[in-house]
Design a protein around this ligand. Structure first.
Ligand code: N7H
Length: 514
């Protein structure tokens, strides 16, 4: 890697090299294929073939612009139907194809998600011994790569969907190269109307996304644009260091009591890693029945309605309205009669307002939004300690999607033990991008969500995603009601991957002299 090549943001050529899901496919359907390389040659052939298949960031950006314009003009999206493909490779996969310079990669990536269970709190039901599908223990095969295929809801008149067509192309490649696909394929899809865009607990998702300097603008006012080096290798990060280059010590002072968030890298990452990102994939089961039952049974002791208790746990109402701007009357989401029936006069849901809030000035004590509410833990914004500069060193772009069927009233509750692999299996395929897993996903999960004393003693744990104990505490100001909650989100598989640039796929396949 040449540090001289590092820039503030990707050039047009870089955009045609970077895999596109960093920018966001934003499709209604996602299919994940998992493959293992029986030997180096098969793996290299596969990477060479995939280099011709993957869609780059420039394509996705220009399509997304056209999509927005059509939506604004009220034109049909059926005019331009596309499918997108990306490929991410695990450390085991890179090792199998004999990639050069692997020693320089950080420990978290080299060890993989399974080995990081203690760091991120995957214990009890979330323990990797209970994982299923391609991540089930004892299969004897490692997941070497994950293919991400995305397409919109197909035209109901089409017998073969775009998603299926693209899957067939990839499967032909898989077969011709002699790589092996796991039988467990993972489907993801947005929920049916009126819940499209809402995750299974009922809340609108995908609102707050950081901008990537030089590549994307932030999703909405209120979300900062962050240095490209926080998401991509070989660019300047928030501290002015070049991602992937050695640093002697953790760059800026972390909060007292925090462990270092960036392992000092002894050597630069290899040149081929430029324009790549580290990717976290987690299959997260959601116990929807349990979440509803608990919030209904325990609302009275908190002095809130069950709807308001759920909003206090998330930090937003189901419509997406943030508690900072819409404290609510204690009963229903004041911006919506019901999901899908949003009060058209409510400006709080407009792009200008829905993410435009901070914590310190108006809600330092968490009276509106508890300090352990999911969105406040996952991005403390200007909240103290941490503060905006520190918060912005732990940003991720989330590219996940819901999976599984709709919750059916009266369905047999999940009561603990192994996650049901039937029509009650629903949740989130969590996918996020960053340049350092230790500073990105692992920090948010391990140091913020799982820690009861962040941001201060007695705040409690993130009631939505914390993993390390079965009954996380959650404190609700102003009366500081202490609630002992339950684990409603359970990890059933996952891995850390690298998303190489297209030129890197060619290099790894032995097709260049880089
Ligand atoms: Fe979260 N949920 O329904 O409660 N998330 N999340 N998440 N999440 C967010 O702003 C949810 C998970 C972040 O900038 C919203 O897009 C669920 C993991 C971050 O204000 C909702 C699951 C991690 C943000 C949910 C889940 C994060 C965020 C509000 C698992 C990282 C942006 C809508 C099943 C370790 C915060 C939005 C900000 C927002 C939910 C997982 C992180 C509704 C159900 C594992 C950084």
């Amino acid at each position: 890697m040449t540090s001289g090549s590092a820039t503030h943001g990707p050039t047009h050529d870089d955009e045609a090299d970077i895999q596109g899901n960093l920018v966001g496919f934003n499709k209604d359907n996602l299919r994940l294929l998992f493959v293992t390389f029986p030997n180096a040659d098969a793996g290299k052939q596969f990477l060479a073939g995939m280099a011709k298949q993957v869609n780059h960031a420039a394509e996705i950006k220009s399509y997304n612009e056209r999509f927005k314009e059509r939506a604004k003009a009220g034109r049909s999206q059926l005019d331009e139907q596309v499918s997108w493909v990306n490929l991410v490779v695990s450390f085991a996969g890179l090792t199998q194809v004999g990639a050069d310079g692997l020693d320089a990669f950080p420990d978290s990536f080299k060890q993989g998600m399974r080995a990081r269970a203690q760091t991120i709190g995957d214990v009890d039901q979330s323990d990797p011994v209970n994982w299923t599908g391609p991540f089930a223990p004892g299969s004897g095969f490692a997941v070497h790569a994950m293919v991400i295929i995305a397409a919109d809801t197909p035209d109901p008149q089409d017998p073969v969907t775009l998603l299926d067509e693209r899957t067939t192309e990839i499967r032909n490649l898989i077969e011709s190269c002699g790589v092996t696909e796991f039988t467990a394929t993972q489907e993801g899809h947005t929920r049916p109307a009126p819940f499209t865009g809402h995750e299974h607990f009922g809340f609108k998702d995908g609102i707050s996304q950081p901008g990537i300097r030089g590549l994307t603008t932030s999703s909405k006012p209120g979300s900062d644009t962050i240095a490209a080096g926080e998401f991509l290798i070989d660019y300047e990060d928030q501290d002015g260091h070049v991602s992937g280059q050695p640093i002697d010590a953790p760059p800026s002072p972390d909060q007292p009591g925090y462990p270092p968030t960036t392992s000092p890298t002894p050597q630069p990452l290899p040149a081929w890693s430029r324009n790549g990102s580290l990717v976290v994939y987690r299959k997260l089961f959601q116990n929807v029945g349990g979440f509803r039952q608990f919030t209904e049974a325990h609302a009275a002791e908190t002095g809130l309605s069950s709807a308001q208790l759920r909003a206090k746990m998330v930090g937003r109402w189901p419509s997406g309205a943030p508690l900072e701007n819409v404290p609510g009357d204690g009963h229903i989401d004041p911006t919506a009669q019901d999901i899908g029936e949003v009060d058209p006069n409510s400006p709080v849901l407009e792009d200008e307002h829905i993410n435009n809030f901070s914590y310190q000035q108006h809600d330092a004590d968490g009276h509106l939004m508890p300090k352990a509410a999911h969105i406040r833990k996952a991005n403390p914004r200007d909240g103290q300690p941490a503060g905006r500069d520190e918060s912005n060193r732990h940003r991720i772009t989330r590219r996940g999607i819901t999976y599984g069927p709709e919750f059916v009233e009266g369905e047999a509750p999940y009561g603990g033990g192994p996650v049901p692999e039937d029509d009650r299996d629903r949740g989130l395929l969590f996918i996020c991008y960053q340049s350092s897993i230790e500073r990105g996903f692992e920090f948010i999960q391990g140091q913020w969500a799982n820690k009861p004393d962040f941001p201060d003693a007695d705040a409690g744990q993130d009631p939505i995603i914390s993993q390390n104990v079965a009954n996380p505490p959650f404190t609700i100001p102003p009366n500081n009601v202490h609630l002992t909650t339950e684990r409603w989100v359970i990890t059933t598989g996952g891995e850390y991957f690298f998303s190489p640039a297209i030129s890197a796929l060619q290099h790894l396949a032995g097709e260049d002299t880089q």
